[in-house]
Design a protein around this ligand. Structure first.
Ligand code: FMN
Length: 212
């Protein structure tokens, strides 16, 4: 069984709707168990135990929500420093106001801020698939981003295509996590260097010899 842990923060419910969509997509992959939690409910053991970690954040003041940033700096760093995030799969998604609305976007900054922390832990990142770039919903390269619009009842709704993009993201994450589960990434016994590249950096050859 592959475990996909989806952690999100949501005050108005929109990021939760995207998180539900990501969860639905992940669940559609066979032998996948999905855990969907708010980031402040999460126990560090759940993160340690998962095969894939997906973070969903509202965009706040042009960056990721402080609840996600707190989790990354306080909880994930401990796992990162002890090497326990490496070999896991990581991905992100965001929700924000309409880019031409009152707020100043920042989806890419929010996504990259979270991804940078996951990459620092050695995780394998699943980016955004191309399919949604032609759809109504557009996201940065890094993951889906749902903009809001005002619905007929005057309430905020996710723009068309967002749910589908979230589902597709969840599906891809679960697929990648599943294939890694069966063929875990191992450190190669021999690092094969491109010789001229190695020559450019003094000490690289010696280093390579030492790790063989
Ligand atoms: C204080 C505040 C700052 C915000 N800043 C941004 C922003 O910089 N860019 C953006 O696209 N949306 C911004 N938003 C809009 C939120 O991202 C949007 O309302 C989102 O739906 C909130 O997620 P939630 O519904 O899951 O709580 C901001 C909202 C608030 C309340």
């Amino acid at each position: 069984m592959t475990t996909v842990l989806i952690l999100y923060a949501s005050s108005l419910g929109n990021t939760k709707r995207m998180a539900d969509a990501v969860a639905e997509g992940a669940r559609s992959v066979e032998h996948t168990m999905v855990r969907l939690q708010t980031v402040d409910q999460t126990a560090i053991d759940d993160v340690w135990a998962c095969d894939a970690l997906v973070l969903g954040s509202p965009v706040r003041q042009g960056a990721a929500d402080a609840r996600l940033r707190h989790f990354l700096e306080n909880d994930c760093e401990r796992l990162m420093l002890s090497g326990r995030l490496a070999n896991k799969v990581g991905a992100v998604f965001t929700v924000g106001a309409h880019p031409h609305g009152r707020y100043g976007d920042g989806a890419e900054i929010a996504q990259l801020g979270m991804l940078r922390a996951l990459a620092a832990g050695g995780m394998t990142i699943v980016s955004g698939p191309c399919e949604w770039r032609n759809a109504t919903m557009r996201g940065p390269y890094w993951g889906p981003h749902a903009c809001l619009r005002i619905g007929e009842d005057g309430r905020e709704v996710l723009q068309d295509g967002s749910i589908e993009a979230g589902q597709l993201h969840g599906y891809r994450v679960a697929q990648v996590a599943r294939s890694f589960k069966h063929q875990p990434i191992a450190r190669p016994r021999r690092i094969v260097a491109w010789p001229r590249m190695a020559e450019l950096f003094s000490g690289v050859r010696a280093h390579l010899r030492s790790v063989r």
